[in-house]
Write a protein that binds this ligand. Structure first.
Ligand code: C2E
Ligand code: SIN
Ligand code: SIN
Ligand code: SIN
Ligand code: FE
Ligand code: FE
Length: 641
């Protein structure tokens, strides 16, 4: 095997994969395959050692199936760094294990070997159940630590090993698991790290369905199924900075990316295996267009190989329906419209018809091979970055609540709809951050105090601009419209039920560990503000009612930690006069304002639609949205940011 002391470049990686692939395909025993995969994991990550750990569910232990430089070991399942990875599902990179309290130095003591850097990734079956872990130790070469990009490479080896192990348990044909290497090779072209490789499996299945329905033989359809996952193998030679760019490409970046088709082709065209022959065609021709305007060759209509025409449809269908680093997933209607629109332009018209005729089968496959985001689930548990929309609309109507956002247990922005969604949990609220004094943003303060007065243990801070506080004191909680709770004491304390707090614009207020909220000026008929809610260096920005986005755009352009924005859109565009008078936005005004935004890596959510004009406003949003993919909020939606 090759020895490496430097970071590998793309061609070296590919070469390595092929060396191991050739070796693997000649093996017949699962244990031998896993040994080769451990070698491959070690080589791909420039590690000194690689260990494959397997979970024994009955004994609640983990044991070393393959280990470089040591005898077999069995440990309790929850012990050490590997145990931590297996029980939590976390991928772990550690620069110096002796600085990590989870590290168990017993093995080092026994073997006399000194472990320093380590990377562990859990290994799961296709349902996401964790069955073991791949561990590499001591990065060699220029740097002695592992980096993120090593993770993807180790995953290549581990995904395939997982397949071998699972199918060994099921006593399936080894042949089957060998095909899996093709999937994992395809997966290396993927720009997303959090996915378990199901994307390429879906593309494979869609391709076979389309091939059979088009009239290709079972053999050819099966060959395409195995080859199509490799369509993006050439992406391995595209620099990470371009591949993972979290936003739209410039023209020159796209020109570099386009080379993946030709690169993939030339990487595998010299093999005489039928499978790799087919794969090289797919890699070469999957971005050609029926009308001749595709790349790299600009082939037209039937001069494009049928494998290329089929994979083009399978690939784009799946790409559009998935989140990418540069875009959100589209919904089905948008996807189907694109296929109708591009029939005979981007795509073979006959294949588009076949696609729609076989839609049920295709959707079934999509369900069967749904992405399971193991990493995400765990991230969610430890540090969930989300807010809940308690009310999403611009006025109260049957089934429609008005503005309110739950940030965490004790903090909300606005109080248009608290009582129904929170019930007695509303007694835990300690801070209400108001955007302005309009009724649809403050009304439920009255009712949550009234209903849960007796179980409330802490003062409720009503926080807003000085003018907002004045308005509420004078016109709402004034002992005429509703009781003045700032003069009433809590049941079990001498503190008052309500305290008013005047807000300062541009000041970051800490409201929890790593959590803060900051107000910025907006433009409405009464003094008003929006908020930036930040958690662990990621933020969502909320305007509330406004007819200008100038301050918001300034904030978003200058603060890259802002990942999502919630903007209002109250009226339809034919009501522009009323919108301007009441200082609100319409779809036309909203998207015109957004032209000044210099970022395209931000998620857009829209709220505060007036329920009466809901359908009209939604229609206009799709008319004016341009390249934006806005999500229109409903009551009880959750925004992850
Ligand atoms: P991919 O993300 O797997 O997308 C594959 C193909 O699906 C695209 O090929 C395109 O035909 C279609 N597709 C995906 N998303 C969209 C979309 O939002 N709108 C439309 N109309 N079509 C879409 P394409 O364009 O040749 O791109 C090839 C690959 O280049 C993409 O594979 C992706 O990896 C990368 N890419 C393309 N544009 C961008 C970008 O703006 N930013 C980043 N970071 N990557 C991009
Ligand atoms: C991949 O990410 O491996 C393929 C993406 C695609 O072209 O659909
Ligand atoms: C509001 O600003 O949301 C209430 C008044 C209006 O709809 O114009
Ligand atoms: C987007 O698609 O994320 C928005 C891009 C833009 O219009 O700037
Ligand atoms: Fe591609
Ligand atoms: Fe308002």
């Amino acid at each position: 095997m090759m020895k490496h002391t430097k970071s590998l470049n793309a061609n070296e990686i590919l070469e390595l994969i092929f060396v191991y692939l050739t070796e693997i395909t000649s093996l017949r025993e699962h244990d031998d395959i896993i040994i080769v995969l451990a070698n491959m994991g070690r080589a791909l990550t420039s590690a000194d050692r690689c260990t494959v750990w397997i979970v024994n569910d009955d004994k609640k232990t983990i044991w070393t199936k393959v280990a470089h430089g040591m005898d077999a070991v069995e440990l309790p399942m929850d012990s050490g760094i590997v145990g931590h990875s297996i029980t939590t599902g976390e991928k772990i990179i550690i620069d110096d294990v002796y600085q990590d309290e989870r590290f168990n130095s017993e093995i080092d003591k026994k073997t006399g070997y000194t472990t320093k850097s380590m990377m562990v990734i859990p290994m799961s079956d296709s349902r996401g159940k964790i069955i073991g872990a791949f561990q590499v130790i001591n990065h060699k070469g220029e740097s002695d630590i592992f980096e993120k990009r090593d993770m993807k490479r180790l995953m290549l080896a581990s995904t395939y090993a997982a397949e071998s192990i699972v199918s060994a348990t099921l006593a399936q044909e080894i042949e089957d698991t060998q095909k899996e290497v093709v999937f994992t090779m395809g997966a290396i072209g993927e720009s997303r790290s959090k996915e378990t490789g199901n994307h390429v499996k879906r593309v494979a299945e869609y391709s076979k369905i389309l091939a059979l329905a088009y009239g290709l033989s079972e053999e050819k359809a099966e060959l395409l199924k195995q080859a199509s996952p490799m369509h993006d193998i050439g992406k391995i030679a595209i620099p990470d900075a371009i591949l993972n760019k979290p936003g739209k490409f410039t023209n020159s970046e796209f020109e570099i990316m386009k080379r993946h088709a030709e690169l993939g082709h030339s990487m595998i065209k010299n093999s005489d295996r039928p499978l790799l022959q087919a794969a090289s065609i797919v890699a070469y021709e999957h971005h050609e267009r029926w009308d001749g305007k595709g790349y790299p060759q600009g082939l037209k209509a039937e001069t494009i190989h049928i494998y290329g025409r089929i994979t083009a449809i399978a690939d784009v269908f799946d790409a559009l329906g998935s989140d990418r680093v540069y875009k959100k997933a589209w919904n089905d209607m948008e996807i189907f419209n694109l296929f109708k629109e591009e029939k005979g332009k981007q795509f073979d018209p006959e294949l588009v018809d076949i696609f729609f005729e076989n839609l049920n089968k295709i959707i079934e496959v999509r369900e069967e091979f749904k992405d399971n985001y193991i990493e995400d689930e765990n991230q969610k548990k430890s540090s969930k970055n989300s807010i809940k929309i308690l009310g999403a609309h611009g006025t109260k109507a049957k089934g429609h609540g008005t503005s309110a956002f739950e940030l965490n247990e004790t903090n909300v922005i606005d109080a248009g709809n608290l009582l129904n969604p929170l019930e007695e949990k509303s007694a835990n609220i300690e801070n209400i951050w108001l955007t302005h004094s309009h009724l649809d943003h403050i009304s439920d303060i009255a009712y949550i105090l009234d209903n849960y007065f007796d179980i409330r243990e802490k003062t409720l801070n009503i926080i807003g601009l000085p003018e907002t506080i004045q308005a509420i004191k004078k016109h709402f909680f004034n002992d005429l419209i509703w009781p003045d709770f700032s003069k009433i004491a809590l049941q079990n304390s001498d503190k008052m039920v309500v305290e008013y707090v005047e807000l300062e614009l541009g000041v970051e207020n800490i409201i929890g560990k790593g959590e803060s909220i900051e107000a910025f000026k907006t433009d409405h008929t009464v003094p008003s503000c929006g908020y930036i809610y930040k958690k662990n260096k990621r933020a969502v920005i909320i305007t509330a009612d406004t007819c200008s986005l100038a301050t918001l755009i300034d904030k978003v352009n200058n603060d890259k930690e802002i990942k999502s924005m919630v903007l209002e859109c109250s009226f339809s565009s034919d009501m522009e006069k009323l919108a301007k008078k009441s200082k609100h936005l319409t779809p036309k005004l909203l998207f015109k304002e957004l032209k000044k935004l210099k970022r395209d890596d931000i998620n857009l959510y829209i709220n505060h639609l007036k329920p009466n004009y809901l359908e009209k406003i939604k229609e206009e949003i799709s008319q004016y949205r341009g390249d934006w993919k806005p999500i229109i909020l409903n009551d009880s939606d959750i925004i992850n940011f």
